[in-house]
Design a protein around this ligand. Structure first.
Ligand SMILES: Nc1ncnc2c1ncn2[C@@H]1O[C@H](COP(=O)(O)OP(=O)(O)OP(=O)(O)O)[C@@H](O)[C@H]1O
Ligand SMILES: [Mg+2]
Length: 257
């Protein structure tokens, strides 16, 4: 394999990432020397207990949070080297969904999904056809005129997913995207995310505290512990022969092993 084709396969490269918050005069180390690579087509799980640094890592990947030090490269572009305008353009390719959906409650489902297209300056006809196609894709073709308060949790997450896909992202960051849902609904959302990965070629970073969700869904996994990477590798390897005590503990208490 040539060096060039290796580089093309890398979608996210995180090198020696550190993030320290200042809180009430004290320093909180949220990420400590984190290095990892996510390749195109991966469904990359990031697991760890509460406070391990998972959300901070997700927010650093799209530079919603500025790293204290280290480098983040997405599709070969060093995000920290970009102007604010170019960073915003680049961010369109890194979409994100959340545990609490983060929908605009005053906007209809249609106008939630239309929002990123409006920001990108799309014309009305493009917005209309794209939003209808996206809502059909996530199975909510009949909910265009509903408001978020009229939807179930699973339906709200489908709206958030449709909105996240609006600008054809390369990467979808999912921060506890299924954690607020019952297990059957969570499963249906995972199926949808799998389809997005396989059919639309979107690379997925799947952050969760539930190790069980990673087993059948992800191909790679990193275990975050106390702000650092305790272990990283293929799901088979990490589940079959966990090398770190914290992974073994998470597997045990997660009911997996
Ligand atoms: N804005 C902030 N200011 C100060 N400290 C913060 C801030 N955001 C996060 N932290 C701290 O950084 C650490 C990592 O937090 P983070 O939210 O990334 O953890 P997490 O793994 O996502 O946890 P959870 O599973 O509960 O969502 C914690 O100690 C947290 O208190
Ligand atoms: Mg979190």
């Amino acid at each position: 394999m040539t060096r060039q084709s290796t580089e093309i396969r890398e979608v996210i490269r995180i090198e020696n990432l550190n993030k320290t918050y200042k809180f009430k005069g004290k320093e909180v180390v949220a990420l400590k020397d984190v290095t990892l690579t996510v390749n195109k087509g991966d469904i990359f799980g990031i697991v760890g207990v509460s406070g391990a640094g998972k959300s901070t890592l997700a927010r650093c990947i799209n530079l919603l949070e500025k790293p204290t030090s280290g480098k983040i490269t997405v599709n070969g572009v060093d995000l920290s080297a970009l102007s604010e305008k170019n960073l915003n353009l680049q961010r369109r390719k890194i979409a994100m969904i959340f545990q609490n959906f983060n929908l605009f409650n005053q906007r209809t489902v249609f106008r939630n999904v239309a929002f990123p297209l409006e920001i990108a300056g799309a014309d009305r006809q493009t917005i209309d056809s794209r939003v209808k196609a996206l809502l059909g894709y996530v199975g909510l073709g009949d909910k265009a005129d509903s408001y978020p308060s009229q939807l179930s949790g699973g339906q709200k997450q489908r709206v958030a997913i449709a909105r996240a896909l609006a600008n054809n992202p390369d990467v979808l960051l999912c921060d506890e995207a299924t954690s607020a849902l019952d297990s059957l609904t969570a499963y249906s959302i995972l199926q949808l995310l799998k389809d997005i990965n396989c059919k639309l070629g979107v690379t997925i970073v799947f952050i969760t505290h539930e190790i069980g969700a990673v087993k059948n869904f992800c191909n790679k996994v990193a275990v975050l512990d106390d702000a650092g990477i305790a272990e990283c590798g293929s799901v088979e390897k990490v589940f079959d022969s966990p090398a770190s005590p914290v992974t073994r503990k998470i597997l045990h208490y997660g009911g997996v092993k």
